[in-house]
Design a protein around this ligand. Structure first.
Ligand code: HEC
Ligand code: HEC
Ligand code: HEC
Ligand code: HEC
Length: 379
């Protein structure tokens, strides 16, 4: 098995700087992965699509925001924020509620405002608590993917143990010793951060929104039943914001693609989490034969074909049994238990921590080369 080290982005980066950068602290020791208890706590707060209104309010309390409020992400991560401002995730707050499609869904749901309806807020907006209420303030933002930051923001940025502040900008981590980095990022993870090394957890967030697990808004509201989503294609276009690890950071940072190794891991883990999430969605179906149920059955069969193709190219170890435990092909009469999803999830997470992608070259021909949207780079 491979080690749990994080491969940093950019083949170019690896080429130019090779071992120097890795030695300079861009690895994560397996010890940095939080224990199961922390996992459970985090799982409870991070998948915003499936929160109750009370949990969503609790989450809003921990949100700092990409911009506007004190200590916001953009105050240190200016380039990441600029990249985010070009995305559909950003635009959804500005424009989506004004469209005819939104009107149609709202009408069918008996709702009037997308920014007031809990059913929509969870996925389309990041909210902060204002006057005791979760108030939509941005589209899908930094903390939708990296998790609400109140408890980790002042831990993750202490490069060299220096207290956070305006002067401590990104890019500083290049001079940090490996142990110090592992300790810093490990502490942030324990406080709830989903950092770039946690591919499985990031993917869970993407798919929790992008499979649209809310049966009612699909069946009754006519909302799309999920996105045709591939983790590589969808994360490496408009969503990409790999500035910290770029060779010229911090002064001449560029937006680097993920490394070849990491792209493989994204591809495999993305398909695994897609399957896990879809199986879980199927286990929760209430209206048999409804639009949601039909879409999830189709999704499950499609992603299973992809996983079988992957299993034909690389050794998936224990994962193979966890995948094959799910029935294939499925129909609307197939019973799916949540246990299948839980077991696959546990095996997938382990897999994502054991691999850095160097042993997964077999999947290269399967990985999509087209990305979703334009990559942002400062002109
Ligand atoms: C579980 C997450 C989730 C919830 C809840 C949700 N959406 Fe969406 N919505 C999405 C995703 C993901 C997309 C993008 C789908 C795609 O890939 O095109 C989307 C797209 C849309 C679109 C664009 C559709 C199109 O045809 O391009 C509209 C309009 C929309 N949502 C309205 C709403 C409204 C209104 C609500 C509340 C009643 C809502 N959404 C609730 C996740 C969600
Ligand atoms: C749609 C989900 C999503 C959103 C929104 C998002 N991120 Fe990320 N972020 C990711 C993913 C995925 C990675 C890992 C990329 C990789 O490994 O190359 C990442 C990586 C990063 C990194 C490390 C980059 C590097 O060079 O290694 C930083 C810093 C970061 N994000 C900050 C932010 C900030 C600040 C915002 C908001 C302005 C933001 N992110 C919004 C998903 C997201
Ligand atoms: C006071 C400055 C500051 C603020 C505010 C800040 N960051 Fe950071 N962030 C940093 C520094 C410094 C690093 C380390 C950069 C490095 O390693 O070179 C970092 C690193 C990161 C990383 C990469 C960690 C990794 O290795 O995966 C992510 C992701 C990230 N920040 C997200 C955020 C998000 C989201 C917010 C807002 C909630 C935020 N940051 C707010 C300074 C800040
Ligand atoms: C909190 C929910 C949520 C999370 C988490 C999330 N997304 Fe999204 N995403 C959405 C919604 C909602 C839309 C559609 C917005 C609209 O059209 O109004 C969207 C749209 C997109 C689009 C634009 C698609 C298009 O057709 O233009 C991309 C690309 C994307 N997401 C990638 C990702 C990736 C990659 C991740 C994880 C790293 C992710 N998303 C995580 C909710 C989410």
């Amino acid at each position: 098995m491979e080690t749990g080290k994080r491969m940093m982005s950019g083949g170019l980066l690896a080429g130019i700087l090779g071992g120097t950068l890795l030695a300079a602290g861009l690895t994560l020791s397996p010890a940095a992965h939080a224990d199961e208890k922390v996992d459970a706590a985090r799982a409870a707060i991070t998948l915003s699509a499936t929160l109750t209104p009370e949990e969503y309010e609790k989450r809003a309390e921990d949100v700092i925001g990409p911009e506007k409020f004190d200590n916001n992400c953009a105050s240190c991560h200016a380039l990441e924020a600029e990249a985010w401002q070009q995305t559909t995730h950003y635009a959804t707050f500005q424009t989506r509620h004004r469209t005819d499609e939104a009107e149609k869904i709202l009408k069918a749901m008996g709702q009037r405002s997308m920014k007031r309806a809990g059913e929509c807020m969870h996925c389309h907006y990041t909210s902060v608590l204002q006057r005791g209420k979760a108030t939509p303030t941005w589209g899908v933002s930094c903390e939708s993917c990296h998790s609400p930051a109140k408890n980790w923001v002042n831990i993750h940025n202490k490069v060299g143990g220096v207290a956070s502040g305006e002067t401590l900008k990104w890019g500083k981590g290049k001079d940090e010793a490996p142990d110090a980095r592992a300790k810093r990022i490990g502490a942030a993870e324990a406080a709830g951060m989903i950092h770039a090394g946690m591919i499985y957890d990031i993917a869970r967030n993407c798919f929790s929104c992008h499979t649209v697990p809310n049966e009612e808004i699909v069946n009754k509201g006519g909302h799309k039943a999920g996105s045709d989503f591939d983790l590589v294609a969808w994360s490496q276009g408009q969503v990409r914001h790999n500035f910290v690890t770029s060779p010229g950071a911090p002064d001449n940072a560029t937006n680097e693609p993920v490394s070849t190794e990491r792209r493989r891991l994204y591809y495999v883990v993305g398909a695994l989490v897609d399957y896990e999430t879809t199986l879980r969605n199927l286990s929760n179906v209430k209206e048999k034969g409804g639009a949601f149920h039909k879409a999830m059955v189709e999704r499950a069969n499609k992603v299973r074909d992809r996983l079988d193709a992957i299993a034909g190219k690389v050794d998936l170890g224990d994962l193979k049994a966890a995948i094959e435990a799910a029935p294939k092909p499925m129909t609307e009469d197939t019973a799916v238990s949540a246990d299948l999803a839980d077991k696959l999830g546990a095996a997938s997470k382990k897999f994502s921590q054991m691999h850095d992608g160097s042993k997964l070259a077999g999947v290269d021909p399967l990985i999509p080369t087209e990305v979703k949207g334009d990559v942002y780079n400062k002109k």
